[in-house]
Structures are given as structure tokens and as C-alpha cells.
Design a protein around this ligand. Sequence first.
Ligand code: GRF
Length: 222
Amino acid sequence: MSDDSQPVRLVVLISGSGSNLQAIIDATRSGQIPAQIAAVVSNRPGVKGLERAKQAGIPARVLDHTEFDGREAFDRALMAQIDEFSPDLVVLAGFMRILTPTFANHYAGRMLNIHPSLLPKYQGLNTHQRVLDAGDREHGVTVHFVTAELDGGPPAVQARLAVRPGDDAAALASRVQRQEHRIYPLAIQWFAQGRLRMHNGQSLLDGEPLPASGYLIETEAD
Ligand code: GRF
């Protein structure tokens, strides 16, 4: 809850399946996250995440980026759409768009993203295959504050897991996703409780700077 006991408001941006959105919906319903999802916005029509929002009775909007003349125009329209819902936090949950600096700066300190790698390693796409190609022994996922640098903002929570012999990209993706569904609700919970924030380009938990990896969660062999 915020100071004036108004529930913290989230706007969740998606582009696809929305399994992270589902985990966040479930965690708001169970009371783990003391916040309400004010809206879900997708840049792609017809995706499963929109159906999940509808099922949960959450206002869902589509803003199709292909109908805009360039990145700046799309991001301006997206900001206007998001701000209609007056969010305290914008949650990028599989939102597959590169953001303009104007957009990133507008939500500085109040926008989180989840990225399937141990940031700062493997920014960008195809992280699971890149981990395998490099022969890494560990992999994972990071929730971070969003800054104008792609996948470059300060980590808030990170889960690590071991790469197993015989793993392919699909096997890794599925184990990583299980962790995504744990750590994203946790990071949002902490933000909604006023415990997690970004200050001077650093993530703080309870007022203390977090390590460069963010709050670290070692996962059991699952
Ligand atoms: C996740 O793997 C996330 O790490 C990446 O996009 C995927 C989204 O999956 N950024 P979903 O739409 O939440 O199921």
C-alpha cells in the first residue's frame, strides 16, 4: 500500500504468451503483491496474454506498433496509453520492443523488466543458446530497473541455476521460466511494499544498496 492507503497501481506490458503476467495476476490475487493491475497493454493483437487479462477481468489494450510511423511515434502513444491508468509501476513482462530514451526516462525508477540471463551477461536475444554455445556452467534470470540502456539498468533480483549436461535451449528456457515466475512477483512485491527502489542508478532494498547482481536467489536442482 502507498502512504495514503491507495493500492499501488501496476500497468503490465506484454507481447506474447504472458506467463509472467499470469504469475503476477496470481500473486496479486493471493495477496503476495499488495497492488492492483490497472491495465495490460500489448503491442501485438491476438496474443494469449490478452486472453489471460480478460479472464482476470483486467482492462486490456492493444497498441499495434506496426500501425505507427516509427519508434518515437509509437512510444509517445504508448506513454499516453499507460499514463491514462496512472501507474506507480510499469512492468515489462515479455514486452519485445526496444524503448526510446524518452520512454525509458519518463518511467525512470518506476519500471521493471525481466531478462532471461545473468545480467550483465547476455543482453539482447537468444540468451539460452548463447549460454550453451559459450559452455557456461550457470545461467539464470534477472529482474532489473529499466534505464535507457537496453537490458542495462540496475538488477533488483537474480535467480541462478546450473546448466546440466544434455541441456538444450528449450530445456534451459523452461527451467529459467519457472524461476521467472518466482522472482518477478517477489521484486514487484518489494516495490509495492516500498522496500525496493532505484536511487542514483543503483537498486536499494530497505535503503541498502544491493550487489551488482541484485538480490541473489540460488535455486535448488529443479
Ligand atoms: C520471458 O522468457 C522473459 O524473460 C522474456 O520474454 C519471455 C516472456 O514470456 N523477456 P511470457 O510472455 O511472460 O510467457
